[in-house]
Design a binder for this molecule. Structure first.
Ligand SMILES: NC(=O)c1ccc[n+]([C@@H]2O[C@H](COP(=O)([O-])OP(=O)(O)OC[C@H]3O[C@@H](n4cnc5c(N)ncnc54)[C@H](O)[C@@H]3O)[C@@H](O)[C@H]2O)c1
Ligand SMILES: [Zn+2]
Length: 394
């Protein structure tokens, strides 16, 4: 047996734990930070809350608020220049994966030469970065615990996956209370991104015992809580389980990597502007169905069905696998995930999307079955029509 597994961030988990941000920084003897976020998190009232905690602890916060979804390479240099000119000692990111990833990339550029594009790949960052504290506000990416930052290369039209050394947060304050106000449609799509991380890491060619344990627990937590969090966002129990599930899925895919869903989702964001969670959610069931043609995936899907609480007693691997896929389809339907056509994707874009998918080498390599251009075109065609969804809420 051989595997690699790492957990980069030191985690504090629990309702209200983001209040400790000042104390955490003080314990590290840090008193001036670059504070990175986007406008949605500001409007949700979360930024002002964290700023008040920082102020109470006499921490000086230099604000960088230019983050946008699927953060592009073009916004980072400005953040890094601000951090350098203000001589900040650390960075604090509050928000979803976009804010956390933007902070990770800015952090790289504070101590390493730009442009960021030269670091696309694994273990490419040379010099150590400053301390980074991540405070997630979506239950989706797991970026608070992964050694990964995903940045859009606007020239090459590609989502770069910059991973490995110096690409993680040092500390994660994982506070379910901050996810209470996440709107239903974003709860559904980011939650299905987390479910995708758990499922893809479980069937990945690089899965190992520690990643599998985290994948299965994440599937159980997310599957059993996503609908309640979607319908009743103020249920703190459901929100807690969603955030725990997305974090455990982050532990899993950080080492086991992902698969064909993410390989398709990245071009869907770049060429069609879809938010990351939406792109994954709209293609997950069809990619599962595609991979399930392989026997080794069928037995894995049986475990996934069990983790979702489906009774698979007496069923063959193939039969249980069908149940798992059908249940993920039904879940997408209940969460009103739109089809690709409803999301504005055009059939004329399929060629370019399929070619770009094949260039997502890491996810294609980790996927448990071989994927051809024809296969991707087929998956896109099915996701184009989609499960019966009602309105485009995204
Ligand atoms: N680094 C990693 O390990 C990793 C893994 C998967 C995905 N990603 C990347 O992360 C990005 C997506 O992150 P995301 O899905 O978390 O979405 P996001 O950060 O883009 O946030 C989505 C929207 O929700 C809003 N929002 C966030 N929290 C909120 C809250 N509590 N209340 C109200 N509104 C809130 C944001 O302002 C934004 O408008 C993509 O770029 C994706 O590629 C990174
Ligand atoms: Zn993802």
């Amino acid at each position: 047996m051989q595997f690699q597994f790492s957990i980069p961030s030191q985690v504090t988990f629990g309702s209200g734990c983001s209040k400790n941000i000042g104390q955490v920084l003080a314990e590290m003897s840090l008193s001036k930070v670059l504070f990175v976020y986007d406008q949605g998190v500001k409007q949700a009232g979360i930024v002002d809350k964290i700023l008040s905690y920082l102020k109470d602890s006499n921490i000086q916060a230099i604000e960088f608020s230019n983050v946008v979804p699927n953060p592009p390479d073009t916004i980072l240099q400005e953040g890094a220049e601000l951090a350098k000119s203000e001589n900040v000692e650390a960075l604090v990111a509050v928000g979803g994966g976009s804010s956390i990833d933007a902070a990770k990339a800015i952090n790289i550029l504070v101590t390493n030469p730009g442009p960021i594009n030269q670091y696309d790949g694994i273990n490419t960052v040379k010099y150590p970065t400053k301390p980074l504290i991540a405070i997630p506000t979506t239950s989706g990416t797991g970026s608070e615990v992964t050694n990964v930052t995903v940045i859009t290369d606007t020239t090459r039209q590609k989502k770069m996956v910059i991973a490995g050394r110096y690409c993680g947060a040092d500390v994660a304050l994982v506070d379910p209370e901050l996810t209470i106000g996440l709107p239903p449609a974003i709860t559904a799509s980011t939650g299905l991104d987390a479910l995708t991380h758990a499922i893809e890491s479980y069937v990945s060619n690089f899965a190992s015992v520690p990643s599998e344990i985290n994948s299965l627990k994440a599937i159980e937590l997310i599957y059993n809580n996503i609908e309640e969090a979607y319908k009743n966002g103020s249920n703190i129990g459901a929100r807690t389980n969603m955030l725990l599930g997305s974090m455990l899925a982050g532990y899993a895919f950080n080492s086991a990597l992902l698969g064909v869903v993410h390989a398709i989702a990245h071009p869907l964001s770049v060429y069609c502007g879809l938010p990351h969670g939406v792109a994954n959610a709209a293609t997950l069931p069809y990619c599962m169905e595609f991979n399930a043609r392989a026997e080794k995936v069928q037995s894995r899907n049986k475990d996934i069905a069990r983790a979702m609480g489906i009774n698979v007693e007496g069923l063959s691997d193939a039969e249980a696998s069908v149940k798992a896929v059908e249940e993920v389809k039904a879940l997408s339907k209940r969460l009103q995930i739109p089809s690709l056509s409803e999301l504005g994707v055009k059939r004329e874009q399929f060629e370019i999307l399929a070619e770009a998918t094949l260039r997502e080498e890491v996810s294609i390599m980790a996927n448990p079955t071989k994927v051809t251009k024809e296969d991707i075109l087929n998956i896109l065609e099915i996701a184009y029509s989609g499960v019966e969804s009602i309105v485009n809420k995204y």
